[in-house]
Design a protein around this ligand. Structure first.
Ligand SMILES: Cc1cc2nc3c(=O)[nH]c(=O)nc-3n(C[C@H](O)[C@H](O)[C@H](O)COP(=O)(O)OP(=O)(O)OC[C@H]3O[C@@H](n4cnc5c(N)ncnc54)[C@H](O)[C@@H]3O)c2cc1C
Length: 370
C-alpha cells in the first residue's frame, strides 16, 4: 500500500496568518503541516536586505499601530526590534499648479516599524515551527472531500490527506487558484470571489538614498500628490535615518513603460536634484503577483465583505476553515488581522474536532447549502 502523506491539519499559505494558525495548532498537539506556494514565507510581508546587516526595506506591509497587541507581543517574544515611524517635519502637496509646503505632517499617522523589516515577523514564526512543519514551493492546486470523510489536498509534489484544512490565503485568490471540484457552497464561492484582496491593487515604490537629505530641509519625507504617479509618499528610513529611503504608493493602472523614470522625475520635482538618482529603486506591483492577487483584483472593491460571517462557518462538513486578513473580524487588512484570523481558524479546528467522533458524516457531497 503506498505511503499516505497524512496530517491532522494542513494549513495553506505561509504569510502571517498561516504560520499563526500552525503555531496554535502545533501548541495544541496536532500534527500540522503548512504548505507555501512561494519559495519564501511572508506573503504580503516582503523585506529586501540593505548593506546594514540588521536593517531591511519593506516592499509590502510597513507599519503597526497602537492597540495591535498580537503584533506587539509577537515582536517582543521574538526580540524583533521596533522603532517609531519618523514624522517630524513639513509635508509637500503636489498639484498640477505646482508643489506647496504644508506646515507639519498631517498625512503620516503615529505608528511603529520593524528595524529588520516586517517579514522578520513571519520568519520568526516559521523558524519556531519544527523543520518538518513547513514546505515551501508547494502550491495547493485542488482540495476535495475523500471517500473516508477527510480532505484530499493536491499539490504538484503529490497528494496529501488531512482531517482539516485552514485556508490562509485571500479568499478571492483561493477560489481562483484552488480547484474545489464544485463542492463549495455557491454562496461561499460568490462571497470569496467578491472579497477584495487588501492592497492587492497597490504598487509600492521604494527609493533608497545615501542619506535622508530631506530631513536637513525640515521635511518629513511625506507628500501627497494629485498628479502622480505616486499618490502618497512617506519616509521609509530605518532607525536614525539608516538606511535612508522613501516609499510611495501608486495604483497598478499607473504602471506602464517609463514608470520608473516617471517616479524619479516626480521625486525630483518634489524634493530637488538630490532625489534624481536613488541608490536603488524598487517597484513592487502586488496586482500581478500570482500568489497574492487573482486576475479580477481590480474589480474587487466592496470592503464591507471583509470579515463576513460566512468565513467563520467551516465548510465541507466542518473541515475547511478560513484564515487570512480578509476574513478577520477585527483589524481586517492589517498584519494584526492576519494573526487574529489565523488564531481564530485554529480555534475553529479544535472546536470542530471536539464535536467530531471519527469521520464526519456527509463528507463527499456538496453540502453547506447556500
Ligand atoms: C503594499 C502593501 C502595504 C501594506 N501595508 C501594511 C501596513 O503598513 N500595516 C499592516 O498591518 N498591513 C499592511 N498591509 C497588509 C498586510 O501585508 C496583510 O494584512 C498581511 O500580510 C496578510 O497576511 P495573510 O497571511 O493574511 O496573507 P498573505 O500575506 O497574502 O499570505 C498568503 C500566503 O499564501 C500563499 N499562497 C497563496 N495561494 C497558495 C496556494 N494555492 N498554495 C499554497 N500557498 C499559497 C502565498 O504565497 C502567501 O505566502 C500591506 C499590504 C501591502 C500589499
Amino acid at each position: 500500500m503506498p505511503h499516505r502523506d497524512t496530517h491532522d491539519v494542513i494549513v495553506v499559505g505561509a504569510g502571517a496568518s498561516g504560520p499563526a494558525a500552525a503555531t496554535a495548532l502545533r501548541a495544541a498537539g496536532l500534527d500540522t503541516l503548512c504548505l507555501e506556494a512561494r519559495n519564501r514565507t511572508g506573503g504580503r510581508l516582503l523585506s529586501v536586505p540593505t548593506t546594514h546587516p540588521e536593517r531591511a526595506l519593506d516592499l509590502g506591509a510597513t507599519w503597526f499601530w497602537d492597540g495591535e497587541e498580537r503584533v506587539r507581543t509577537l515582536a517582543a517574544r521574538h526580540n524583533i526590534a521596533t522603532f517609531d515611524q519618523h514624522l517630524a517635519g513639513d509635508t509637500l502637496l503636489q498639484e498640477t499648479a505646482g508643489v506647496r509646503r504644508l506646515t507639519g505632517n498631517p498625512i503620516s499617522a503615529p505608528s511603529r516599524r520593524f528595524s529588520a523589516g516586517a517579514q522578520s515577523l513571519t520568519t520568526a514564526l516559521a523558524t519556531a515551527l519544527p523543520g518538518d512543519a513547513l514546505r515551501l514551493d508547494t502550491p495547493v492546486t485542488a482540495i476535495r472531500p475523500d471517500a473516508g470523510g477527510r480532505l484530499a489536498v493536491l499539490t504538484p509534489a503529490g497528494p496529501l490527506d488531512a482531517g482539516h484544512v485552514v485556508l490562509a490565503v485571500p479568499p478571492a485568490l483561493a477560489t481562483e487558484r484552488i480547484d474545489f471540484g464544485g463542492v463549495l457552497p455557491a454562496g461561499l464561492v460568490r462571497l470569496a470571489r467578491a472579497t477584495p484582496v487588501w492592497m492587492g491593487t497597490a504598487v509600492k515604490v521604494v527609493a533608497r538614498y545615501p542619506e535622508p537629505f530631506w530631513r536637513k530641509e525640515g521635511l518629513a519625507g511625506a507628500a501627497f500628490s494629485r498628479t502622480g504617479p505616486l499618490q502618497e509618499i512617506h519616509d521609509l528610513s530605518g532607525p536614525d535615518g539608516e538606511p535612508a529611503a522613501f516609499f510611495g504608493f501608486a495604483h497598478a493602472r499607473a504602471v506602464r513603460p517609463g514608470f520608473e523614470q516617471a517616479v524619479t522625475t516626480q521625486l525630483t520635482h518634489l524634493l530637488g536634484p538630490a532625489a534624481a538618482t536613488p541608490d536603488a529603486l524598487y517597484a513592487q506591483n502586488w496586482s500581478t503577483e500570482h500568489w497574492t492577487s487573482p486576475p479580477t483584483v481590480q474589480r474587487l472593491a466592496d470592503h464591507s465583505l471583509l470579515g463576513h460571517p460566512l468565513y467563520r462557518r467551516p465548510a465541507l462538513g466542518g473541515r475547511l476553515h478560513w484564515a487570512s486578513t480578509e476574513t478577520a473580524t477585527e483589524y481586517a487588512g492589517h498584519i494584526e488581522g492576519a494573526l487574529a484570523a489565523g488564531e481564530r481558524a485554529a480555534r475553529s479546528v479544535l472546536t470542530a474536532r471536539e464535536n467530531t467522533d471519527g469521520p464526519l458524516t456527509g463528507a463527499g457531497r456538496p453540502f453547506d447549502a447556500d
